[in-house]
Design a protein around this ligand. Structure first.
Ligand code: BDP
Length: 600
């Protein structure tokens, strides 16, 4: 799927701004009741989550439908163009109405969807756009919500079994099976873009390297056009190669490769023109491959220094904020990191563009978090998620396939693979094959595991790279770093025998900025540094540990509960991006660890 672009043939009309908004009172069920919306409408900013824009628990805790509404007019000059309405992300379920007519439904809160406006909107005439948004999470959504009545880290049940408690709750509520706030609404931009009627639908680029040359296999899908010319421009805009045809192979002599930070992330532009349309796509030439227990980028062993992150900031919630994205990129480089995982959902497309530009490597994750955790029945047989999971992977790959920064797909975070190991293995290995088949670049595929009984888990070892989240020294063996390092070594002995590359995708300790101790105990800044320093020394002894991603880049908001004071505090940075001592610790450590060749 192409990102909207303005050029000689196309233009973009932004529908971001202040919309009218109201929460459902349970009576409308996602259907548009214009009287209700008009009576209750109040101002809301788009894009942004609605939860923290108002000073009222009703917005924070809302569960169910909410309605957005605004009017727009497409300028008359676009009368002969194809018009497409694009939502970059609406969380988690959207019903889109134009002039009272339902024109689209979309499930999944983190990927774009589009509506062709031909026959629905007339240029020069005012239209009414209304969006019903549902934020419910359950056993058929990704991320997964709990249906049995237990909130993750929640404290509602005060001694009463939560199943009983659920019966007496008067209010419908979400019980997320994940540890980030269930921010909802129109979280990313809304636009109408124009293209000529005969147009380019999609472009796929598959780069390779042969000796000194770059090889670019491409395909262009079109509607109404019969041919395409692909011109490759270098960074300065000079033509370096050209081909015609809807698919083909282009050789770039003495190509410059896209290299991770602090190397040069060289980007070329593929300028695609047809009889009527034009689109320019930036891409990089690089290879990605797993060999033995190495992760090779451009044939060289790469070491992942970076983070699990979140899209999370004050007021915006999970709403798109370009300034935060630019700032985060700057901080990633400031800490001498080279990578991050889009934990626990696909991020805004603009972030991947920045990563391409800066040479920051991405592990691209779906929103499949919380599958089965704590479930009493086999989730792979009882949850209705497979079809949706495949749709999300298909759309994720279709959106992000051309980004050089994306080097691996993560199908999920922390599913249960321990209690129903055989059906888990069947689910994950078949989804692994499905994901590989979707990707024209055939990047490595994984999911992120967090099973205390890792020997019982039969799925993680089947992935291209073993990714594990572990909290020895925090949730278990709390504060006892000697025992934590011992436990790490027992586990690493196990993974060593599996003989695959391993990335520690999460480890961390909640830390209150400004809380200092001379003898480091939990929650102090000194403890966080000690925790990482002692554990990292153990990782350094193992060649197959090819990456360390402390959890988390920054403090973030989550569901309230006895484990959480003002959110999850495991950030190396505060929520407003100020460094804790551990940020300085990693900045120094990673300055001495090269992106390539750290582990031979
Ligand atoms: C991990 C989860 C992550 C949590 C983290 C924590 O993957 O989403 O925020 O634990 O508890 O298990 O801090």
């Amino acid at each position: 799927m192409l990102y909207p672009e303005t050029n000689e043939k196309r233009s973009v009309i932004s529908l971001d701004g202040v919309w009218s908004f109201c929460l459902d009172d349970g009576s409308n069920g996602g259907n548009i009741n214009s009287g209700f919306i008009e009576r209750n409408g109040e101002m809301i900013a788009v894009p942004a989550s609605y939860n923290d824009q108002k000073d009222d628990l009703r917005f924070r805790e809302h569960c169910g439908w909410a309605y957005y509404s605004r009017r727009f007019t497409v300028p008359e000059i676009y009368g002969n163009e194809r018009l497409v309405l694009r939502f970059d992300a609406v969380t988690h379920y959207a019903k889109v109405y134009i002039d009272g007519k339902l024109v689209c439904e979309h499930k999944g809160g983190f990927l774009p969807f589009e509506i062709e406006l031909d026959g629905i909107v007339t240029a020069g005439k005012k239209s009414l756009l209304q969006v019903a948004v549902n934020n419910e999470v359950n056993h058929s959504t990704l991320p997964v919500g709990n249906e049995e009545g237990t909130a993750f880290f929640g404290s509602d049940n005060a001694g009463v079994p939560s199943v009983e408690m659920a019966k007496v709750w008067r209010k419908k509520r979400n019980l997320p099976n994940f540890d980030f706030f269930n921010y909802a609404g129109i979280n990313r931009s809304v636009r109408i873009y124009t293209t000529p009627k005969d147009h380019i639908d999609d472009i796929t680029i598959v780069p390779d390297v042969k000796g000194k040359d770059g090889i670019v296999r491409y395909s262009v899908s079109v509607s109404g056009c019969s041919d395409a010319v692909v011109t490759i421009l270098d960074r300065d805009g000079n033509e370096v190669a050209r081909a015609s045809g809807l698919e083909g192979e282009i050789v770039i002599k003495d190509a410059k490769l896209w290299n991770p930070y602090p190397g040069d992330p060289y980007l070329y532009t593929a300028l695609v023109t047809t009889e009527s349309d034009k689109y320019s796509l930036r891409f990089g030439i690089r290879t990605v491959r797993v060999e033995g227990n190495r992760f090779l980028i451009n044939g060289k062993p790469f070491f992942f220094k970076g983070f699990g992150k979140h899209e999370d900031s004050a007021v915006h919630g999970r709403g798109f904020d370009l300034a935060y994205d630019v700032k985060d990129m700057s901080l990633i480089k400031w800490m001498n990191a080279n990578s991050f995982r889009t934990s626990h959902y696909p991020y805004a497309e603009e972030m991947y563009d920045l990563a391409d530009e800066e040479g920051i490597v991405i592990i691209d994750e779906t929103p499949a978090v919380g599958i089965g955790a704590g479930a009493s029945q086999d989730p792979y047989r009882t949850f209705n998620i497979r079809e949706h999971h495949e749709a999300v992977i298909r759309d994720l790959v279709a959106r992000d396939k051309n980004h050089p920064s994306v080097v691996m797909w993560s199908m999920a975070n922390e599913p249960d693979t321990e209690h129903f190991p055989l059906s888990a293995r069947e689910y994950w290995t078949s989804l692994y094959a499905f994901t590989h088949a979707q990707d024209p670049q055939d990047r490595p595929v994984t999911f992120v595991c967090c099973q205390n009984n890792y020997e019982a888990d039969l799925s993680t070892r089947e992935m291209d790279v073993v990714c594990i989240n572990r909290y020895y020294g925090w949730y278990n063996l709390s504060g006892d770093m000697e025992a934590a390092c011992y436990a790490w070594n027992i586990e690493l002995d196990f993974w060593q025998k599996i003989n695959k590359p391993l990335i520690i995708t999460e480890y961390g300790a909640d830390t209150l900025p400004g809380f200092h101790l001379t003898a480091p105990e939990m929650f102090s800044e000194e403890f966080q540094v000690m925790y990482y320093d002692l554990i990292n020394r153990e990782f350094d002894k193992r060649d197959f540990v090819i990456g360390e991603h402390p959890w988390n880049f920054a403090d973030f908001n989550t569901i309230q509960g006895v484990y959480r004071a003002d959110g999850n505090r495991k950030g190396l940075l505060t929520r407003d991006r100020r460094p804790k001592m551990a940020a300085h610790y990693f900045r120094k450590r990673w300055a001495e660890i090269p992106s390539f060749g750290y582990k031979k």
